[in-house]
Unconditional design. Sequence first.
Length: 318
Amino acid sequence: MKLPRVIFIDGLPGSGKSTTAQRLSLHLRRHGHPARWVFEHETPHPIFEQSAVRACREQQPDADPELFSKALDRYQSLAGQMNEGSAETIILEGSLFQAAVGTQLLLEHPLATIETFFEATLTALKPHAPALIHLRPKDPAAALSQTALKRGTWFPEFVVAHLAATPLGQKEQVTTWAQALSILTRHRNTCDQLFDRFTGPRLAVDPQSEDWDAINLQITQFLGLPPLREPASDPRWARHVGRYRAEDSGDVWEFALTDHGLELVGPPAARLWARPEGGFEIEGLAVEIEFESDGEAPSSGVRCSPRLAQLPLHWHRV
């Protein structure tokens, strides 16, 4: 099929949305297709600012009652910008199901209202033939519990506290992880219904196996792209290995060279993906970095171009 101009990538928390969207964006650009990945948590966000989503869900004093009407306006604005000659493919992570449907369910919007917003979103982007990739585990409760094990106790504690602050959570008196799983499973079931109503190209893949080579192959075949392969590690990257301190905060990053390439030492560890334009992106984060180096000498610093708030921009080797 013809490469879509808009690709939605969605799924439950921890399903792999960010890494999948990021790697697809890099893959497209390596093959000569201009692409932009819109990270779910980037600031500013072209559709749903995460701070506004959370304020609305938790009915905070500054909650915007026009969150969804403004989102539709922004979708229409995005479609208009895409009509102005750019060939860029926009990859929207978490906007369709996570931000929109998840929020509407927590606000106890009826299904008809959710469906109306969903259809209006697709209508706004119809000129650009959007496609949908749904990362859909067969057993959502088991997949979410596995995510909780990987991320640590903060994750279920955060999810329970967040859901408990919403109208639906207050109605159901959410205090436990089991109750949170029940709500998130209902969310997934609603998304399944909407997936069936999606009128453009759509693909559902099960990330629960964590066989990402097979999953990425399904995605590239679906989009008519060459198989996704990682660029080879470059031994010259060894000059970037070391520790770097942020100018403002004093935080320290450490980079190591592994068989797979450069890595930001954890926990949790995160790989650095080479950008076709030069520099790197941190795995799963909308953070572009450039190492400051002179020839083969060890790098003296790191400069960041983050689409995240409050991340230091300059780091010096220590």
